[in-house]
Design a protein around this ligand. Structure first.
Ligand SMILES: [Zn+2]
Length: 116
């Protein structure tokens, strides 16, 4: 599909509430992160909010794959009823479900717990 994905080190971090760029400040010896519209996070809160956002996005991707599989199944059923070839819809549905399983395992696996 796309060979252009990279995992370069991000130049900045994003606000988990609005997606704006976060700047870092030290306040009373503690690191604080603030976006340009005023959302402020301690490191501990940012870690928790960032993880919640990650789970939400992965969950959204899982739902999208599951819904695409369902649409492909419905299209396969309709093609079969009409006497048309349904194999590409069936293959696409199976592909979506296989990829959804990968995401499902990722969501259900244990993540490193961070204690500050
Ligand atoms: Zn923000």
């Amino acid at each position: 599909m796309n060979d252009g994905y990279t995992l370069d080190r991000p130049q900045s971090l994003s606000c988990p509430d609005c997606g704006g760029t976060l700047s870092t400040h030290k306040v009373g010896g503690f690191r604080q992160y603030q976006c340009h519209i005023g959302h402020v996070f301690s490191t501990e809160v940012l870690l928790a909010a960032q993880f919640a956002r990650l789970e939400e996005r992965l969950g959204g991707a899982l739902a999208s794959l599951n819904e695409r599989a369902e649409l492909c199944r419905r299209m396969a059923d309709a093609a079969s009823k009409d006497g048309r070839d349904a194999t590409s819809f069936q293959a696409a549905a199976a592909e979506c479900l296989e990829r959804a399983q990968t995401l499902r395992h990722l969501l259900q696996s244990e993540w490193t717990r961070l204690h500050m």
